[in-house]
Design a protein around this ligand. Structure first.
Ligand code: FAD
Length: 287
């Protein structure tokens, strides 16, 4: 680096953002900084880069209904989303994930957009967003494109974000048919820990307790979130029971590809991926 102090900009609108970015095209975006600042402190190419903080861009902090969808601004903090009635009422699986993401100070700073763009296999908002088929809105100065989250995240820490592009919003369809909403992660301790394995599930359960429709997504057991249509198909039409889940274990084994790391080994993660299915709320669903 040149040795000069890094510059930091705080645009208040999208117009200001484009203007600043065209004058400083190498500047790196951030929102809460809870991921980026940690990476900067470790050195590497990010250490001395100029920064553009998205915190004050009003368009990125909105939450609004648009027909059958709800649009969440990428800059919304986890804490603000946890308390938002539209999010709480429509997306309980996401609210459950917010509650176990970091600690209150982290949730006050961290944004949902930052969690997505970090693209960590352990990112807590990702499995819920995969089961809800969230659509991401990416903006550049002269355009907007929409892309499903499963196509946006291309590997650990890797996304399809192009140069000059910013994640502006997350579009999630309302899912009124689903009456089971569940997110659980296993960490090294009960609170404030990064996921060793996690499972998001939404399902439609009939009055006779049959699984009419189910969507499942695992975190931390592959390079990206694992969603398996084979498992979902195999469980459809089956009773909501531990026996049905156990019958799907061989399919879970085939779908996941965990690694050994500091937090856990691959074998343990495989066991967790299966057993998380047994933690679905078999008795707590009301048709
Ligand atoms: C102590 C601690 C505990 C944590 N615990 C958890 C946990 O339990 N679960 C979990 O999932 N995460 C956890 N994290 C990680 C982190 O807090 C989250 O990933 C958080 O959501 C990141 O959001 P942010 O706004 O701070 O991202 P930032 O650090 O601001 O940005 C992260 C990355 O995303 C990019 N980015 C941010 N916003 C945009 C945008 N709108 N468009 C394009 N690119 C963008 C940045 O350039 C950067 O590369 C933890 C972090 C810490 C420090």
């Amino acid at each position: 680096m040149s040795g000069r102090e890094a510059r930091v900009w705080l645009p208040g609108s999208l117009d200001e953002l484009w203007k600043i970015w065209s004058d400083a095209p190498d500047a790196v975006l951030y929102a809460g900084g809870t991921d980026l600042m940690v990476r900067r402190r470790k050195g590497g190419p990010l250490a001395g880069s100029d920064l553009i903080c998205l915190e004050r861009v009003a368009d990125f902090r909105e939450i609004r209904e648009e027909g059958e969808e709800i649009l969440i601004g990428a800059g919304c903090t986890i804490a603000s989303l946890m308390d938002h009635p539209l999010v709480r009422q429509n997306f309980p699986v996401l609210t459950q994930a917010f509650k176990v993401l970091g600690s209150p100070p982290i949730r006050n700073m961290a944004s949902i957009g930052g969690n997505i763009c970090t693209a960590s296999p352990a990112g807590d908002t990702l499995p819920p967003l995969y089961v809800m088929d969230a659509l991401l809105e990416l903006r550049r100065e002269n355009g907007l494109r929409r892309i499903p989250i499963r196509e946006f995240i291309t590997g650990p820490g890797k996304t399809d974000l192009g140069p000059g592009e910013v994640l502006s919003g997350i579009r999630i369809p309302r899912l009124p048919r689903y009456n089971l909403h569940h997110y659980e992660k296993v960490g090294q301790r009960n609170a404030l820990s990064i996921s060793i394995a996690g499972l998001a599930a939404i399902a439609r359960i009939s009055a006779e307790r049959t699984i009419e429709d189910i969507r499942l997504a695992w975190g931390s057991v592959g390079p990206t979130v694992v969603r398996s249509r084979n498992i979902e198909k195999a469980l459809t039409g089956k009773p909501l029971s531990s026996e049905s889940m156990e019958a799907a274990f061989p399919l879970v084994d085939r779908a996941v590809s965990p690694i050994d790391d500091l937090r856990a080994n691959a074998r343990y993660r495989r066991i967790l991926a299966r057993n998380l299915l047994l933690r679905l709320p078999f008795r707590g669903v009301h048709p």
